[in-house]
Design a protein around this ligand. Structure first.
Ligand code: 0GY
Length: 289
């Protein structure tokens, strides 16, 4: 069996930035624990256990109150670990599931009762074997009321994905802004393509997340801050923020979660922007009921 990956720092620094009351980490995951929730046979990486206790302890340390747990690819379409973490959260967590496109109405309703508020379509070839757009579209038409679609892709396939994204009949939230090249600044080609998508309809949202994945120069991720701050300023009602803990697959470049939190005032410099990014916007997607 390959070594299990530890992709997070055990002692991240304490951030200087203090999030507003009720702040939501709108992109994080749980891994296992494997003894209770085995990983998928199709998983492309084998992580160490990172269960709800560790997730909620980190959340306290960082000054956040609530979490949105996004089903990670290593658990395939079995959402049991995500649902278990939500159930243990004392109503401080919601989730995003990954489902087999043939999922029944009854299964979707059960996910809704378990705190799920959206489904995720993952287009990263290194993470999933296939991403059938026609079946994804079909299931996106059958979602419980108030759900949205989270979509994960890399910037080089955005043009190809546009007709698919345009046809999704519910709000679409883009993981890590569709992984743009941030090194060309706010006017770079990838950022322009993202803006064109955001301008196409009001129901397109983005996660201002993952400087560690997007900025090759590393911490303190200055290119990320320069490229993303204007986006948050221009679309203040359609952005959310998250840690991405436990940072799937990150090994040599595991980010310091305290430093990630200290990115927030650099991309959202005013109290009003911070409240929208961390409280008002994710509440609309995840705590409307
Ligand atoms: C992320 C990013 C990654 C992994 C996953 O589901 C996953 O395994 O999302 C990645 O490797 O880029 O958002 O966690």
């Amino acid at each position: 069996m390959p070594d299990r990956i530890v992709s997070w720092l055990s002692e991240p620094s304490r951030p200087r930035f203090v999030p507003p009351p009720g702040a939501i980490d709108a992109h994080c995951h749980v891994f296992g624990p494997m003894a209770s929730f085995p990983f998928s046979a199709k998983a492309k990486y084998l992580p160490a256990d990172a269960g709800p206790e560790a997730l909620f302890a980190l959340r306290d340390r960082l000054g956040f109150s609530r979490s949105v747990i996004v089903q990670a690819s290593c658990h395939g379409t079995d959402n049991a670990a995500t649902l278990d973490a939500i159930a243990r959260s004392n109503d401080t967590a919601r989730g995003v599931a990954v489902v087999d496109p043939g999922v029944s109405e009854a299964e979707l309703d059960a996910l809704d009762r378990g705190g799920i508020r959206g489904i995720r379509f993952n287009f990263l070839k290194r993470l999933v074997d296939d991403a059938p757009k026609d079946k994804f579209l079909d299931v996106s038409r059958r979602l419980p009321a108030g759900w949205h679609v989270v979509i994960y892709f890399e910037a080089d396939i955005l043009a190809e994905l546009r007709p698919f994204i345009d046809a999704i009949p519910v709000p679409v939230l883009i993981d890590h802004m569709g992984r743009p090249d941030v090194t060309h600044g706010p006017g770079g080609a990838d950022m322009r393509a993202l803006r064109t998508l955001l301008d196409s309809r009001d129901e397109i949202w983005f996660k201002a997340t993952c400087p560690d994945r997007l900025d090759p120069a590393g911490d303190p991720w200055d290119a990320f801050a320069a490229a993303v701050a204007p986006l948050v300023a221009d679309y203040p009602d359609r952005c959310v923020w998250g840690t991405d803990w436990p940072h799937p697959n990150m090994q040599d470049n595991r980010p310091d979660d305290g430093h990630l939190v200290d990115m927030i005032p650099r991309i959202a410099p005013t109290g009003e922007l911070q409240r929208k990014l961390l409280v008002d916007n994710p509440e609309r997607l995840y705590w409307a009921r």
